[in-house]
Structure formats: C-alpha cells, structure tokens
Design a protein around this ligand. Sequence first.
Ligand SMILES: *Cc1c(COP(=O)(O)O)cnc(C)c1O
Length: 385
Amino acid sequence: MKKIYLDNTATTPLDERVLNEMIPFFVEKFHNPSSIYLSGSEIRKHVENARKKIADFINALPEEIIFTSGGTEANNLAIKGIAFKKGKGHIITSKIEHLSVLETIKYLEKKGFEITYLDVDKYGIVDPNDVRKAIRNDTILISIIFANNEIGTIQDIKEIAKIAKEKGVPFHTDGVMMVGWEKVDVKELGVDMLSFSPHKFHGPKGIGALYVRKGILIENLIHGGLQEKKRRGGTENVPGIIGFGKICELRKEEMEKDKEKIKKLRDNLENFIKENIPEVLILGHPLKRLYSISSVCFKYIEGESILLNLDFEGICVSSGSACTSGSLEPSHVLLAMGIPHEIAHGNIRFSFGKFNEEDDVERVKEVLPKVINKLRQMSPFWEKK
Ligand SMILES: *Cc1c(COP(=O)(O)O)cnc(C)c1O
C-alpha cells in the first residue's frame, strides 16, 4: 500500500537535492569551522556562505542570523533572551502560540514576569488594537505567531510591528510556519526577531535560526565557545547549516510555482469535504490562511479515531496538533477560538507539501467518507442528534 503523507506541518520529507549538498560535510569535509588550519577555514567559508543565503531569503543581514537547534530553541532564545536581559517586566503574547512560545512564557510567568495572553476571534485572528491596548510602561516584549501551525491563520504582523515600534517595545514573531511557504521580508515587515526552522519546508531537522535585528540586544542562553559571535556556544551543525542554506536557495526559486499546485490540492480536498460530508466545520480564516493547511472538525466523532482509521489505510494526518494529541484536552488553539469542546474533539488537520500529488487527494476522497460514516454509525451522539 502506498503511504500518503498529509502531515507536512509536523515535519516534511527532505528534498534530495538538499541531502546531496549535505553529504560531503559528514565525511570528507568534517572539520571544525573554528579550527585555524586551512581545512577548518574552508568549512567556515561554506558556513558563512550558507548564512548569506539564509539571510538573503528573509532579506536580513548575515550577522542578524543566529543558528539554533531548531524553531523551539529560536523561540526560547528570543523570549528568554529579552527577559533575562531586562530582568523583570511585562510580556504580551496570544492564546494561540505554539507550545515552544507558550511554555517558555509560562515559565517566565512562574519566575515573576507579568504576562498578557491576548484573545483571538473565531478565525484565530489577534486584533492589532488589542496589542496596542495591552502595552504598558513596563512592557519588555511582544511575541505573536505569524502563521498558526494548527489552523493556518496568518496574523497582520506588519501592523503589530508598527504598533510595537511606535511604543518602543521589541517584537518577536514565530515565523516557523510562514518562512519557506510565503515570501517573508523582515525589513518590510518591521519585526525585531523572527524564528524559522527548515525541517518545516523540506530542509533538515536539528537546525534553525533566529533573526535578530541589528541593535536588539539579547542575553545568550548557551554559554561556551565564541560561536555565533558569542550569542550561542557549541560547534556548529555544519551539515545542517549547509542543508538549511540550500533549501532557502531552492525555495526562493520554486516557492511560487509550488504554491499554485499545493493550493489546488488543498482546495480540491476541502471542497470535496464540504460537498460530500455533512456536519463539518472548516477552521481558520477563509482568506488570511496558509494555502497548505486544512483543519476540519467532523462533528459527533473523535479526531483520534479518525486519525487511527486513516492510518490503517496508510494515510498520515494529525489531530489538533502533534504536540497535543496524546492528551485528552482538545488543543488550546481551538478552544481559544471559541470552538466548543465536543466539536474541537473531532478535529483533523491535513497539511500538504511539495511532494503531494493529485492521487493522494483522490485516495483520501475515497477513504475518508467511509471512515466518517462508519464512526458516526457507532456514535451515540450521531444517533441522538
Ligand atoms: C514546528 C514548530 C515549531 C518548533 O520548531 P522545531 O524546529 O520543531 O523545534 C515552532 N513553532 C511553530 C509554529 C511550529 O510549527
């Protein structure tokens, strides 16, 4: 049975062209870029060349890129980096952040920082005016997710950045879902910090970056060597960095072309569901939404059971979020949007990538109605409705 992968928000398969670029750096070109002899300094050149490609991809300067182990560490570095620098104060965030932001901020709350968790509307949108109203004299940081990983809703980051700038508050955005799929230009957006992670756009895992605008000062979290201009110690993940650079170069060329194809697949599936399966709710903003994600609630049944039944047919999807499945509580994102518990429980997220094809959607169209029908026949809620 052909496996169908529709969970590209959890991670994506690596582009083979990226793998080929990385391979030499595991074996022949294994040297430490900090070594003084020629072989070391040659690796340094490759690392810095990759940094340029990555910076160029988001219109930043190379020295504004700090390599991390991924999106989670980049979010930790941005938020704790500012918090530890200031020592105390007030932080503004939203109720629909990725756990790597939310848990970092909750940790700071326990340590004495004061937090405002902004509400969202039924589409998962943060009102920039709410950000403005929440700013206090002691506000040290605003952190709002760019595109949400569960529902795909895209925030008005440019407007929020403008408000933050007016008030002189540093602004961080978790751009992990956005970079690699839509054009991101940090200068045009006016953000101070942005996290991104290439394994979410067909690059390698275990490497990520934080963009920190020149002039924004943050505390280092990883002490050790002089790497990353003393902003993050430890020998560089050289193959990861090389792969990161390559995927940025490729996405720059190919993003627009892939976008049309992926959007067509997503819309095809979503339209099929709307027309053929009763009692469903499609989540996220109808327009301000990532073209690769479709989050659907199937009423009267459990997302978990749908997921397992699709898995049995070789189809990989997720429910709510990869991080929250396994817990009984529905996702915090869906609850923040005001979706009742019983409906949120029936959530499935389909997410597409550049290697999905028409056949994948056709197979889901064949299997999904049968699965939904079978589960509803067994559901006491469906009977009583
Ligand atoms: C995946 C993800 C992260 C975490 O990135 P890792 O590289 O897996 O640590 C952070 N934020 C969002 C929105 C994500 O989707």
